[in-house]
Ligand binder design. Sequence first.
Ligand code: CS2
Length: 488
Amino acid sequence: MRLSSASSLPATVHTPAYDRVSRASGIVHLGTGAFHKAHQAVYTDDALAEGGDWMITGVSLRSGDVADQLNPQDGLYTLVVRGQEGTSARVIGSIGRVLVAPREPEAVLAALTAPQTKVVSLTITEKGYGVDPKTGGLDRAHPSIAPDLANPREPTGAVGFLVEALRLRRERGTDPFTALCCDNLPHNGKVLRRLVSEYAAIVDPDLGSWILANVTFPSTMVDRITPASTETTFADALRLTGFDDCAAVETEPFTQWVIEDDFVAGRPHWEAGGAIFATDVAPYEKMKLRMLNGAHSMLAYSGYIAGHAYVRDVMKDEALARLVARQMDAASRTLDPVPGVDLAVYKADLLARFANPAIAHQTYQIAMDGTQKLPQRLIEPAMATLRAGGSMDAYAFAVAAWMRYCLGMDEQGRTYALRDPREAEIATLLGEAGNDSASIVDRLLGLPGLFPDDLATAPEWRRAVQSRLETMLAEGMRKAIEREVRAA
Ligand code: CS2
């Protein structure tokens, strides 16, 4: 039987401790994927238990899958939490319904302009924003921006929806909402503020200044490892709850959310779920992006080519696990002190989380969208290290592994999709490079907007990347990993 609000669940399953029907929606969330369901929606479920009209109206900007799974279950879904001590289930009630933008754009605008909507949050992944990699501002030609700029009253992308909703609210005299970016981008609030105000200024200069004066864009650091759901997720949800749930998601016990406390129209008491409010989120973001995500990207590219399907397998590979720890050490040397955090403890916790045998997190999942992830995870700390005159080894290895991965063929000759928005550009660039490491390095270091000139033209850096890529190509990833460990 399928999970729904009429389901009676076993006492071992944590269920929503509030009357869902009597609570109004105060949040619209753009990008209601697995990460949102395992993170912000859980904090909101805890906050709702304390009170308030903070139900979430989810929005999918592309596919209708999430809506088709969640709506027949009244928005309820099972969160499967996998720890070292076992697996538990909890039913989350904070999402009331999910709208699908391509199917019902008017309903999305109605939700965004409703006076009761106080917060609009987003998890649309790095590539969903439309940042110009060269300027950090709005990329007018971006596929999620250009069509909306041409037809701003009928938006399809996140920035277009936000601006049109704010335009309508202003016109109707409705107070603005807070726009809350929850993606893994540094200064994510500032980035969104810049994109929204630049886009708005093109549509209507007055609107641009009104947004800057009246809307807030708090920055956030979000963290919870959330592998894509599989048949095992659904089987465990059924075993633990007694109900079929094709909307179930799985995650780890650890969760963290640090938020800048700057909300124009109030917010849920997310502290109930353990959220931390800070005046400056930047140190936490930088720590997480460089230590967790930087190490993740490095191990995803090298691990995938070395034949490791999951992060936990990488952590059982002694040599590669040492390089993961080295990556975290290198990243930590680029950080300012982080209030209340001992970086050695943070690193030890990360290593344990990565090694969690109950979590099957695919290296291939993390490897996607490399061009969108490398800058904040690896290139910025590499630049900081270059400026400080530190060792570039960890970054050279990580970038060489990404370049090796960009070839799109594993060591058994099997091809795979990069799943990167710049995949076609990379394929064209690499077209005639063959297996020539010097040529591959030249071409990829020259990918427009990715590597800053200071790095792309530094001869030692170029040599360091190329010698590693050369080993990866000539002798294989295994040998390259071993050589790297011996030299470290
Ligand atoms: C991962 C992240 O897929 C990826 O790129 O590095 O999704 C990572 O699991 C989360 O940021 C953890 O909070």
